[in-house]
Structures are given as C-alpha cells and as structure tokens.
Design a protein around this ligand. Sequence first.
Ligand code: OAD
Length: 238
Amino acid sequence: MTPDARELVKSARRVAVLTGAGISAESGVPTFRGAGGLWRTFRAEDLATPQAFQRDPKLVWEWYDWRRQWLLTVEPNAGHRALVELEDRLGDGFVLITQNVDGLHDRAGSHRVLKLHGDIWEVRCIECGRRGRDERAPLPDVPPRCECGGLLRPGVVWFGEALPEGVFERAMEQALNCDLLLVIGTSAQVYPAAGLVPLALRHGADVIEVNLEETPQSSHVTLSLRGKAGEILPGILR
Ligand code: OAD
C-alpha cells in the first residue's frame, strides 16, 4: 500500500470524507454510472426528478421500493467499516459527507454523517410536509400515503432540487477546514457535491481519491489511488 497515503492520514487532525455509490459497490449495491450502473438501464429523468414523480408517482415508488428491498439483502463492507474506525480515532476531527442514500454508513456505525442527497428510508408528505422513517420493504401500498391522505415521497434529493437545508453549508465548512479530504467511490460529476473537492484543495487541504477509474478530479488531487475502496481503505486508514 502507498506509504504516502498512510502518512497523510496519520498526520491529519481534521479529516473530511466524501463518499459516493462506489463505496457500496462491494456490498452489492449498483452504482449509477459506469459498467452495471443504474443509469445504463433506467433513464434518470423518468425516475429521479420531481417531474417524474408528478407524472407517475407509482412508477417512481416502485423503483425506490425495489432498491429498498435490495438494500435489505446487503451488508456494509470493509470500506464502510474502515471509516468507522477512523471516526473512532479522530472523534470530532472527523466528518463523513455522503451522496449515498442507502444507509450503509449508518448501519456500519458511522455517526458524524452529513447526507447530501437524503435517505432512502425517509419519507415526506407532499401535502402536509410531515416527515418520517419507514423501513418496510416491500411497502404494503405503492405509492404510500400520509395519515392526512397526501402522497408520501422518498426523502431523497432528485435532479433539479435543492439539497436539504443547511447540510451543504455544513459540508462546505468542513471542506474549508479539513487538513485532508478523502474522496471515495464517486464519479465526481454531480454538483454541488463534486465542488467540495476543488474547494478543499484551494484551502490547502490534501486530497486523496480512491476510485476504480479516473475521474475529472484525478489529475488535480494530491494522490489518486486506483482500486476497490474495500481493499484500499483498510490499508491506508489503519
Ligand atoms: P456514480 O455511479 O456516478 O459513480 C460511482 C463511482 O464509483 C465511479 O467513479 C466508479 O468508478 C467508482 N467505483 C465503483 N466501484 C468502486 C469500488 N469498489 N471502489 C471504489 N470506487 C468504485 O455515483 P456517485 O458519484 O455517487 O444522485 O453519483 C453521484 C450522484 O449521482 C448520486 O448521489 C445520485 C446519482 O445520480 C441522485 O440520485 C440525485
């Protein structure tokens, strides 16, 4: 394993981590882009936009219900677990910023988590605004309804929507103040999340990228490591 990466991790007091779908790939969760990616089979605009939900809430919910059922069959992997160990060591010097909605970081035991794109296990009423958690999969009724009779929607961020209030501001603050940003398993193409990488670099942080493939950020970061998160992270974080 690259000794430089270990050294950078060891000497950092404040570490921020940005994760994407790639960290859950080894658990058996499909990514969005690339080989086997969800957007190869499905059209994002048919399923992950407010317009799609307005047009056909049942279809959109069927897709989320299918993903939720899939998630019940998988487990966090060595990559998720290595981040829990790093958090245990750094305490408040650690923050995990994730684009994932799958809940696997929570299940692994991460606590300081900022969820940029929401959480697939949360629901929100489009009429009365009530929020809640529903971990049943399959859902008994699709689309599910609120007690008020209104339609419930998944508590996730769709294309064209704003991120949950205050969450991105907190993520930016962490990117501005960290010594080291780890960027793991994200294609770094979806903004504003991807913007955290140049922000951290501009403010003097080192950035280590862990990805199977090259990304638009690879040539700008301090170290770009090619390989599986579940294999690389335990080696550089412990
Ligand atoms: P993507 O599917 O765009 O990218 C996944 C990245 O993980 C790719 O760059 C892969 O090369 C890499 N990868 C795959 N397996 C890996 C492994 N085992 N170890 C390390 N890297 C691996 O997923 P995101 O970047 O998370 O948003 O996508 C960002 C957002 O776009 C998602 O949150 C979602 C999506 O559309 C919404 O739905 C709003």
